[in-house]
Design a protein around this ligand. Structure first.
Ligand code: ACO
Length: 310
């Protein structure tokens, strides 16, 4: 059996920080409401000319350096984004060229917030065939390009970021299990509308998010043949601190085992999990051998869970 292990991680946040106080000048809101309802205090936002592709490239560059591999070692790129600047060529091809990766496959995967789990699952299955050795999975999300700045219930949530990992073939686990699901009948609850901005029925999304992420997390543990006691840390999609708390309660995991970066970063869609993972590793909170539980949900709806031994 060929597993996939993570040999490098990276993240990138744009320089400009938007505080809750800054948001009070744009919409009728206040710091207390935002912190209590979402757990968010600050988020990073792109300069006008910065793109999702740039965010992913900066993060991928760091992940590549972290892995110690050279560009020619990379057999493929999967770029996660639903906010690309161009539909064609893909963001993955932009990254391939920008990082000077010779002769590798490159494609985009658009699954919004579920993108990272889906990306590492697809990459891991490709690696398990023996055909590919090192795959770069990078996310870049400029959510502020689809934010409705007149809607106070959504514009307070989002930030911009890029995250990346390098997955490598390995004899030892690695990605032990994953599961992926979808139900398009929920598409109206959370989608990009005709005005090209994100619109959401927050309350209803909240309920489905807790159930779907909880179920996906439990399935990931079961499918890996492990139990809750084996979990060292959980990294859920960072949509709202109250969703994360409710998911933790549902799977019976204490909050000190839940990694969170939403307070400083906001909801950055497919970048939340890889950036939290990178921050956990770089700060020493996540160590080699740790069992990490991932869970995410996204507009669609789609949802997914995975269990990875770092
Ligand atoms: N500041 C002050 N008051 C506000 C704000 C704001 N920014 N936004 C809404 N309110 C008001 C509402 O108008 C409402 O007032 P009313 O009672 O007078 O009508 C009141 O606060 C309560 O509003 P709710 O929508 O019920 O508040 P809720 O507790 O549900 O929080 C939130 C809203 C934060 C959006 C929450 O529902 C949520 O996080 N939902 C999930 C969102 C999510 O994770 N989406 C993922 C999307 S990302 C992706 O897939 C790309």
């Amino acid at each position: 059996m060929i597993y996939s292990k993570i040999v490098g991680t990276g993240s990138y946040f744009p320089e400009r920080i938007l505080t809750n106080e800054d948001l009070t000048k744009i919409v009728d809101t206040n710091d207390q409401w935002i912190v209590e309802r979402t757990g968010i205090r600050t988020r990073h936002i792109c300069a006008e000319n910065e793109t999702s592709e740039d965010l992913g490239c900066f993060a991928a560059q760091k992940a590549l350096e972290d892995s110690g591999l050279s560009p020619s070692d990379i057999s493929g790129v999967i770029f996660l984004t639903f906010t690309p600047k161009f539909r064609v060529p893909s963001a993955a091809v932009y990254l391939q060229n920008k990082l000077g990766l010779p002769n590798c496959f490159a494609f985009d995967l658009n699954s919004a917030c579920t993108g990272f789990i889906q990306g590492i699952s697809v990459a891991s299955d490709m690696i398990s065939t023996g055909k590919y050795k090192n795959i770069l999975v990078a996310s870049g999300e400029k959510l502020t390009s689809v934010t409705n700045w007149k809607d106070r219930s959504t514009c307070i949530l989002f930030g911009d970021a890029g995250g990346a990992v390098v997955l490598q073939a390995s004899d030892a686990p690695g990605l032990r299990s994953y599961n992926m699901h979808s139900d398009g009948s929920y598409s109206e609850l959370l989608h990009i509308n005709d005005d090209q901005v994100l619109t959401m029925k927050g309350n209803e999304v909240f309920k489905v998010a807790v159930k779907s992420m909880g179920d996906a997390a439990e399935q990931a543990i079961r499918d890996a043949g492990l139990t809750l006691d084996d979990i060292d840390i959980m990294i859920p999609h960072q949509a709202n601190i109250r969703i994360m708390q409710a998911v933790a309660k549902r799977v019976n995991l204490s909050m000190d085992k839940v990694m969170q970066n939403i307070e400083r970063r906001g909801n950055t869609s497919s970048s939340t999990i890889p950036t939290a993972l990178d921050e956990g590793i770089k700060t020493g909170r996540i160590k080699r051998g740790d069992n990490i539980l991932f869970a995410a949900f996204a507009g669609g709806f789609t949802w997914a869970g995975a269990l990875l031994t770092y």
